[in-house]
Design a binder for this molecule. Structure first.
Ligand SMILES: [Zn+2]
Length: 264
């Protein structure tokens, strides 16, 4: 089953990969990985995502500012731009001209961490506008912020994916009807992920993207370990079994969905 995995959401710039990043990435094609979207979280990682995309033929880049970067001390949002996210977005803007810059993101809302609400709403809205202006998809982070996230997605109607989807099956269907993809990762395999099972049951494979969010969220049976894109095989096996379709069909459909969304 080699070359079928498309990981629509990865963070290979995480410090967890510092000891062996090149080795991990070089091994991915051998583990069945055909594509990876490296998601930036600030200006520095937007540049870094493009550097990885330059280096690895199977890597593409999403460029943007994550809401958590507003309060993260080592994010360039603070270290270089002193919290002036508008200046940071302006600095990122020319980077979208790179041929492997395929999406805006990771952008969205995070009400789990104490990120000032006004700032993160304005930052997300600005990036939704960028996505529309550039006609690129947006990779959306929604943590404990469903109502505000869905309201803004409804208002702007971008192309994109709601990654690590944690809403209800009804919400998933409404977003899919709007043309958005639903991103599912290792968390769906965790015992107790009852809501995720309903989402899996409700959605046709044509609406799904597979993802890792690596180094986080390794699926069962790798839970707790550092995650990499090859582990999507476990997530796919789980979802395919639940839906009663061949794993290969699910992987192929999800990869096609990703290529269509990212224009590859
Ligand atoms: Zn992420």
């Amino acid at each position: 089953m080699s070359g079928l995995i498309f990981d629509s959401h990865a963070h290979y710039q995480s410090g967890q990969f510092d000891p062996d990043r090149a080795g991990v990435l070089a091994a991915l094609p051998g583990a069945g990985v055909a594509g990876v979207v490296e998601c930036a979280t600030d200006h520095a990682t937007s540049q870094g995502a493009l550097a990885l995309a330059d280096q690895y033929e199977f890597v593409w880049a999403a460029l943007g500012v994550h809401p958590e970067s507003l309060i993260q001390e080592n994010a360039s949002t603070r270290t270089r731009f002193g919290g002036d996210w508008a200046a940071e977005l302006a600095a990122i803007r020319p980077l979208y001209e790179h041929p492997k810059a395929v999406a805006v993101g990771e952008a969205g809302l995070d009400y789990h961490w104490p990120v000032p609400k006004d700032a993160q709403l304005a930052l997300f809205e600005a990036q939704l506008k960028t996505a529309l202006e550039l006609e690129k998809p947006i990779i959306v982070h929604d943590r404990e912020a469903h109502a505000d996230t869905y309201a803004l997605l409804k208002k702007y109607r971008p192309k994109g994916v709601v990654h690590c989807f944690s809403g209800s099956a009804e919400d998933a269907l409404a977003l899919a009807r709007q043309g958005l993809f639903i991103g599912l990762g290792g968390a769906v395999t965790f015992p107790g992920a009852k809501r995720a099972l309903k989402v899996i049951d409700a959605l046709p494979p044509e609406c799904l993207l597979l993802e890792t969010d690596c180094p986080y969220m390794a699926p069962v049976p790798c839970r707790g370990r550092r995650c990499h894109s090859g582990m999507i095989a476990h997530t796919a096996a789980f979802i395919a079994a639940r839906k009663g379709i061949p794993e290969q069909t699910l992987l192929e459909t999800a990869a096609q969905n990703a290529r269509r969304l990212f224009g590859l």
